[in-house]
Design a binder for this molecule. Structure first.
Ligand SMILES: *[C@@H]1O[C@H](CO)[C@@H](O)[C@H](O)[C@H]1NC(C)=O
Ligand SMILES: *[C@@H]1O[C@H](CO)[C@@H](O)[C@H](O)[C@H]1NC(C)=O
Ligand SMILES: *[C@@H]1O[C@H](CO)[C@@H](O)[C@H](O)[C@H]1NC(C)=O
Ligand SMILES: *[C@@H]1O[C@H](CO)[C@@H](O)[C@H](O)[C@H]1NC(C)=O
Ligand SMILES: *[C@@H]1O[C@H](CO)[C@@H](O)[C@H](O)[C@H]1NC(C)=O
Length: 663
């Protein structure tokens, strides 16, 4: 990377500022006084929180200027602040699959502004641009470059509100801030503190606090009798990261520090290939650091070197302005890849689309408006349902789960099942039947979704209905909002035989239970009554599997759920369960991305931060509607085509299943 003097920086500015100008939003050609006004209210911006409107700003870029003003931005603008002090960012910017993801998958609506927190901002901007240009050229994706803006001004010299947000929405561990290794030796006056990159979160353990004795273990490809109870200092290369960690762990090392070969970037240490990745390693932590001559020298001279592992908070390195011009957090990046930036951008698109769908005409019944869901009671409200609503064609649940505070760090830490139960007066057979189910996100409060539950309209009755949203009573609170959106029948109607059909009866079928060898024992077939004037019958089921037995069932194992109707199998298979990126594919449907937990992997029938999609099958053709023959339905759930047979910690199935009758 070329160094440039202050003089050349100045000259370069004078030249490039004149070249071109990128304008985001309307009215951005304000005079300088306008931007002075923004600056004079700077102190006010220290209070800017997620959801607030992002003020206007201008920044010089390598191509001229980027000018933003609220109002007419058609997509999201993501702002990234690079620093050399972060091992995570070093890998993010050097890893080929990370750069490829950026140029290949950045949604078309999204622009990115790249900044640097360091003095070397000019060089950093040029280098970041070269990195993406190279990747764009390699993938024939040059058009993406027009949406990427690189500023040569360091963050501390921007003269606008952006630094205030980056500095006040601090980035802390886990998964953010600066991860560092601190080396001490008797012969040094000062500790030596360097950036580090921990091995993949889903592969190895984290470091404990405390000081470890460091010992040189060469290449670390073979077990060694010198490393027990110590941290092994091993060089990169000659064998895989897996082999190094495995041989050091077999030698009872407390942890492994791999130092990068000269001139090589820190890498995202992980297992490679089926054989390595299916081998469970003992719980040892491992990280990568650069080659440190003084550490090598001290170890070579037989001096005691200790190492400890620390995290230092840093300014936030990613923020965004969404399509609506609101400031937004970007969540946690679980490993160094620009895919996380893309997922958040996809979610902004989903969110914009949702906003449009919410503008569609509907009869809206507000039920819960930012009510705290906590404890045994959950969040409860009673509303009036009018008879005409029950004749609606569509019922959608508009649900948002947010956090007690404005930032994600105030959110509940764990993913839990959230259920909506309904009970209408007079207390009928449907009291406390499940109307909807969601799974909450790990620590992110942006979830907002629409779920179509039209077949369940008969669960409601005209009059007072009480709605209860619940999650485990001991879980941390969520702030929930719920609106019912009824839409009248569309005309002309194209139902069976060209006529409108309405659901008039819901018959509950089976529930779930513990997913062990007795899961399918004792369940009896149910006779399906056929009331007069039945035109259509739907099978409607909401099924999720949870827990993790010795086969990783139910959450991460592929299970099948079959409802034979008169001998015809209606089956749902959770084929995505356990796939490493299964839930990332559902961000476009509203799955909350970049959660502070393992949200990426596919689950059995669900994703963290997403409603559970009802499974609806028309079984009319499988029935004898004349009622002359007896119609029967059964249910069974299988793992690998057989009854589950865990040896320990069986999982469980949560299931609501119904037949819905239309006339
Ligand atoms: C290294 O750690 C040990 C205990 O873990 C401690 O006794 C020793 O003083 C430390 N040495 C240095 C140089 O930090
Ligand atoms: C290990 O790899 C380095 C660089 O790749 C090489 O210079 C060295 O000779 C190798 N050592 C052995 C024992 O193969
Ligand atoms: C590692 O620990 C195990 C169990 O304590 C012991 O049997 C083994 O000999 C140790 N190996 C080394 C290389 O220290
Ligand atoms: C780049 O990142 C991908 C995905 O995280 C990882 O599989 C790969 O090993 C990384 N490559 C390097 C050279 O770090
Ligand atoms: C239904 O599935 C079961 C196994 O799950 C199978 O034995 C049976 O033959 C299937 N029936 C039909 C009609 O496909």
């Amino acid at each position: 990377m070329a160094r440039s003097s202050k003089a050349s920086l100045h000259l370069w500015f004078v030249v490039t500022l004149m070249t071109s100008r990128v304008t985001l939003g309307e009215g951005s050609d304000q005079d300088l006084d306008q931007s002075t006004v923004d600056l004079s209210s700077e102190t006010k911006h220290w209070g800017v929180e997620p959801g607030d409107t992002a003020p206007s700003f201008r920044v010089p870029t390598l191509d001229g200027e980027l000018s933003y003003s609220p109002g007419a931005l058609h997509g999201a603008l993501i702002i990234h602040a690079f620093t050399h002090k972060s091992g995570f960012l070093e890998c993010l910017w050097n890893n080929e699959s990370s750069l490829s993801a950026l140029v290949l998958d950045l949604p078309d609506s999204t622009q990115v502004l790249f900044l640097s927190l360091d003095d070397s901002a000019v060089d950093d901007a040029l280098w970041m641009r070269r990195q993406v240009q190279r990747a764009a050229l390699q993938h024939g994706r040059e058009e993406v470059l027009s949406r990427l803006h690189f500023s040569p001004l360091p963050v501390f010299a921007l003269g606008n509100w952006i630094p205030a947000v980056l500095y006040s929405w601090v980035c802390t561990r886990p998964r953010c801030g600066l991860a560092q290794a601190a080396f001490t030796s008797e012969v040094w006056k000062m500790p030596l503190i360097v950036k580090r990159l921990d091995a993949r979160y889903d592969w190895l353990d984290n470091w404990d606090s405390g000081s470890y004795h460091l010992v040189d273990a060469g290449e670390g490809c073979e077990p060694s009798d010198r490393v027990a109870g110590r941290v092994a200092w091993v060089s990169e290369g000659n064998c895989s990261f897996f082999t190094k960690v495995q041989s050091m762990a077999q030698s009872n090392a407390s942890g492994v520090l791999v130092w990068a070969s000269e001139g090589r970037p820190l890498q995202n240490m992980n297992c490679q290939g089926e054989e390595e990745c299916s081998t469970k390693l003992p719980d040892v932590p491992a990280s990568m650091v650069h080659r440190e001559a003084s550490v090598i020298e001290a170890l070579g001279l037989g001096q005691v070197v200790n190492v400890s592992f620390q995290g230092t908070p840093s300014p936030l390195i990613f923020i965004a302005i969404d399509q609506q011009g609101a400031l937004s957090e970007m969540g946690g990046f679980l490993y160094p890849s620009f895919s996380f930036l893309n997922w958040q951008a996809q979610w902004f698109e989903f969110s914009e689309d949702l906003r449009t769908r919410l503008l569609a005409p509907a009869q809206v019944v507000p039920v819960l408006d930012r009510v705290v869901m906590h404890g045994h009671k959950g969040a409860v409200a009673t509303v009036e349902i009018s008879p005409d609503m029950l004749l609606s064609d569509t019922l959608e649940l508009d649900v948002a789960l947010s956090c007690p505070g404005r930032r994600d760090m105030s959110c509940a830490h764990w993913d839990h099942t959230v259920q909506l139960l309904v009970c209408c007066d007079p207390l009928g057979p449907y009291c406390n039947v499940e109307l909807g189910r969601w799974i909450s996100a790990f620590r992110r409060g942006t979830g907002h979704w629409l779920t179509d539950v039209s077949p369940l309209i008969p669960l409601l009755g005209a009059g007072r209905c009480t709605f209860t949203m619940k999650h485990p009573w001991w879980a941390m609170p969520w702030v929930v909002s719920l609106n019912l959106r009824f839409r009248p029948p569309q005309s002309p109607v194209t139902g069976e035989g060209g006529e409108q059909s309405f659901p008039f009866w819901v018959m509950p079928l089976y529930g779930g239970g513990v997913f062990d060898k007795n899961y399918n024992t004792g369940r009896q077939p149910i006779t399906i009554p056929i009331p007069d004037s039945t035109k259509k019958v739907l099978l409607y089921a909401v099924i999720t599997a949870h827990g993790s037995d010795d086969h990783r069932c139910g959450e991460f194992c592929v299970t099948s759920h079959t409802f034979p109707v008169n001998g015809i199998n209606n089956s749902l298979e959770f084929s995505d369960a356990g796939s490493p990126l299964g839930c990332t594919r559902r961000v476009r449907e509203g799955a909350v991305p970049n959660e502070y937990g393992t949200w990426l992997s596919g689950r059995a029938g669900w994703c963290c931060g997403l409603p559970v999609r009802p499974w609806v099958t028309d079984v009319t053709g499988q029935l004898d509607l004349s009622g002359q023959l007896s119609n029967r339905i059964l249910y069974y759930g299988l793992f690998e085509g057989r009854d589950p047979n865990p040896t320990k910690d069986p999982g469980y199935i949560i299931m609501s299943s119904f037949l819905v009758y239309y006339r």
